[in-house]
Design a protein around this ligand. Structure first.
Ligand SMILES: Cc1cc2nc3c(=O)[nH]c(=O)nc-3n(C[C@H](O)[C@H](O)[C@H](O)COP(=O)(O)O)c2cc1C
Length: 343
């Protein structure tokens, strides 16, 4: 339970803009970076539905940036409509990270975010992502190199630490601030936890008490009430939302409305949800650099996140995992977009 009950006369005190260096984050609600999910179409939808203060790309490899290639190019897709946008990079080589940071800033990134939370072996085995939390010296060198390379603000996203015996988020936050980082996002799980267990919000509070830069709390926030509670329990400046926003770009608006008034907005209709999913699919194919078939295969795992709340939704999900063309996706959504009779 949140301790503060917001009302139109007394909005929640946490609902206020904050600054990341010169970048103003209008609403203190941010979209978490999520590989395979938070590409251009989904970020645009979050913007269109309103109340998201900052969006972020998924993690991009600084090594892949160095070597280039079509696959990597497909990740470098954002427009001014998404601004402000943070572009997240990972890597453990300070020079390569600096080079990648310069490249994404040339392409219009408003903020460069450094990933220090990813635990998957492909990333952590190379000493990058959350593995940097075990090596504060290299982590600080990476941060210093990136800060020196670009004129936009640099942020970091960390986990609580590598494992329960190495909760390094607090000392690292201090070094990162000293190295010129302008905000820090903290996911309150250790790398060893993956996504199991519960996020430890107390670590977020400890980081907030340690640094002067804005702290963005992350982990297990699914509802407006959770958001209010995270602000109150941790004192954080912003709340970052990941999984609960997937297929649900309306969530930020719902949270902001609750913090402003104490009231709950109704869920969008199945037709509105289907229209959003269709917009997502069409935009992904329109901007694809990897061909329609590959894009549609990636869309399968994104579109199934839209829970339409209708009987037809179960059928739709079964069919979506087989689609290979945009025309097939359009045909599946047509009955929902045109009429709500199947609801
Ligand atoms: C499918 C998926 C992909 C993710 N990819 C990234 C990523 O690219 N970079 C990153 O920093 N965190 C990544 N995360 C972690 C999220 O940003 C976030 O920290 C985590 O999901 C906890 O927040 P939540 O409880 O609101 O989902 C990913 C999470 C998921 C579920």
């Amino acid at each position: 339970m949140s301790m503060i009950a917001p009302s139109p006369k007394h909005p929640h005190p946490a609902l206020k803009p904050f600054q990341i260096g010169p970048v103003r984050v209008e609403t203190p609600l941010t979209l978490a970076p999520m590989a395979g999910q938070t590409a251009h179409p989904f970020r645009v939808l979050c913007r269109q539905m309103g109340s998201v203060g900052l969006v972020c790309t998924e993690l991009l490899s600084s090594v892949a940036m160095h070597y280039g290639g079509k696959r990597n190019e497909s990740y470098l897709d954002w427009t001014a409509a998404e601004s402000p946008i943070a572009v997240q990079l990972y890597g453990s080589n300070p020079q390569m990270m600096a080079e990648a940071a310069r490249m994404v800033v040339d392409l219009g990134a408003d903020i460069v975010d450094i990933n220090m939370g990813c635990w998957v072996p492909k990333v952590a085995k190379s000493g990058a992502g959350a593995a940097l939390l075990r090596d504060v010296c290299t982590a600080t060198q990476v941060v210093e190199a990136v800060v020196k390379a670009v004129s936009v603000p640099v942020t970091v996203k960390v986990r609580a630490g590598w494992d329960a015996h190495n909760l390094t988020a607090v000392p690292f936050a201090r070094s990162a601030e000293n190295a010129g980082v302008q905000a820090i996002a903290v996911h309150g799980r250790t790398a060893a936890q993956g996504f199991t267990g519960k996020a430890n919000w107390d670590i977020i509070r400890q980081v907030k008490e340690t640094v002067r830069i804005p702290v963005i709390g992350n982990g297990d926030v699914s509802t407006p009430e959770d958001t209010a509670r995270m602000f109150e329990e941790t004192g954080c400046d912003g709340v970052m939302i990941g999984r609960a926003a997937l297929g649900n770009p309306w969530l930020f608006g719902k949270i902001a409305h609750y913090l402003r008034t104490g009231e709950s907005l109704p869920d969008p209709t199945p037709a509105a949800m289907a229209a959003a999913a269709l917009f997502h699919a069409r935009l992904a194919v329109e901007r694809s650099k990897i061909g329609e078939r590959h894009t549609v295969l990636e869309l399968r795992g994104q579109l199934t996140k839209y829970h339409l709340g209708t009987r037809y939704a179960a059928v739709l999900r079964q069919e979506l995992v087989k689609v290979e063309t945009l025309a097939q996706i359009e045909a599946l959504y047509a009955p929902l977009v045109e009429t709500e009779a199947v609801a």
